[in-house]
Ligand binder design. Structure first.
Ligand SMILES: *Cc1c(COP(=O)(O)O)cnc(C)c1O
Length: 361
């Protein structure tokens, strides 16, 4: 936590706005809008997953539809597609950013359309904070008139050609889960340049109550709004967001400086115009065995590290779903390791991690 979170939570108690609406919610949304810029409107929600669910619904995704989704991601990018009775079609990654391959995306669109099932939406992800190839992906979305949901859950503070992530797609989503770059313990947001999107999202997130003195409902709603207590934490966290980005990038810089020259260890570079918040610092090892050797050596010393995300097209739950693959994400999953990346790591921690890696490799 930064310094003012508790004071903003106290404001919620003092004013008795202990509900999923109130001044902290409005001020947190305003702080996010000011940060992201590009004239976006933000709806604060109970989670990033809820934000993806509402984004899909706003785009009219419904039972039987196909939605193209990045395979190399956390399962929350894909699960809401199934909540709506639609089916994800998984798209593998390219090697420059580890995100959705524009080539495979276009191939999937052409294939599905040829079978008479034009996909309804695209879920592209800025994984580990690295922006996806936005010019290429956006151009494909435009060419085939398929809207893009920009999963920026891991990418608050990241930029693409000077623009903040979450403002690049037709709809953006953010997450403030406990493990993200800033947190409200649990929370998320929907980001859109269209005010009607925000209004509709808030309406659906508060049980879709019609304008009447009694409780009247014409469509199915959800209980997805953010609590005013948690939004107080969010307001405080916005004040330290830039510090957090700096700290995460400094972790990455430390690992890179000391490990880059070791044969067999590689890092994902920031291409020109890409700015990553480096939410997690990841390394690639020559093979699975070396990766496991390092992971287990760290674990032996009570240091948690983790393999990169297991691609969705390899997950048992999505076994039956279509996928367009090229081996990139499978290879990353096999050889990649997320190193300790918290913004509260001190030099002593980093040195201890480094020494173990150097001793083990
Ligand atoms: C965390 C995360 C989500 C979901 O956010 P929650 O707030 O945990 O529901 C979605 N997509 C990605 C890529 C994430 O990392």
């Amino acid at each position: 936590m930064g310094s003012n979170e508790q004071a903003y939570v106290q404001e919620a108690f003092d004013s008795n706005w202990v509900a999923p609406l109130g001044p902290n919610v409005n001020l947190f949304e305003k702080a996010l809008e000011d940060y992201v810029q590009e004239d976006v409107h933000v709806a604060a929600l109970s989670s990033g997953t809820a934000a993806i669910h509402l984004a899909l619904e706003l785009l009219g995704v419904t039972s039987g539809d196909l939605v193209l989704c990045q395979s190399f991601t956390f399962s929350a990018s894909a699960n809401p597609i199934l909540y709506l009775g639609a089916q994800p079609v998984f798209i593998d990654s390219e090697e420059k950013t580890w995100n959705m391959s524009p080539e495979l995306l276009e191939k999937a669109i052409l294939d599905c359309s040829a079978k008479g099932k034009k996909p309804k939406a695209i879920v592209a992800v800025h994984l580990y904070g690295m922006p996806y190839m936005a010019d290429e992906i956006t151009a494909i979305g435009k060419k085939y008139n398929i809207p893009i949901i920009e999963d920026s859950a891991e990418a608050l503070g990241s930029k693409y050609k000077g623009k903040n992530c979450s403002s690049l797609g037709d709809l953006g989503i953010l997450s403030f889960n406990g493990n993200k770059i800033i947190t409200t313990s649990g929370g998320g947001a929907l980001v859109s340049k269209n005010l009607e999107h925000k209004q509709r999202a808030v309406f659906l997130a508060t049980q879709a109550r019609d304008n009447a003195p009694h409780y009247q409902h014409s469509v199915v709603g959800y209980n997805y709004r953010m609590s005013n207590v948690l939004a107080g934490i969010g307001r405080g966290q916005m004040e330290v967001l830039e510090e957090r980005v700096k700290a995460r990038r400094a972790n990455h810089e430390f690992y890179k400086q000391h490990l880059e020259h070791i044969s067999g260890i590689t890092f994902l570079a920031e291409p020109e115009g890409f700015f990553s918040n480096r939410w997690l610092s990841c390394i690639l090892l020559p093979d699975y065995e070396t990766r496991e050797k390092i992971r287990l050596a760290l674990l032996e010393d009570d240091i948690e590290s983790r393999p990169l995300w297991k691609p969705m097209h390899m997950q048992p739950v999505f076994e039956a779903n279509l996928s367009y693959t090229n081996g990139v994400s499978e290879n990353l999953f096999e050889r990649g390791l997320c190193l300790p990346s918290g913004s509260n790591l001190v030099e002593e921690d980093l040195k201890r991690i480094l020494a173990l890696i150097l001793k083990t490799i």
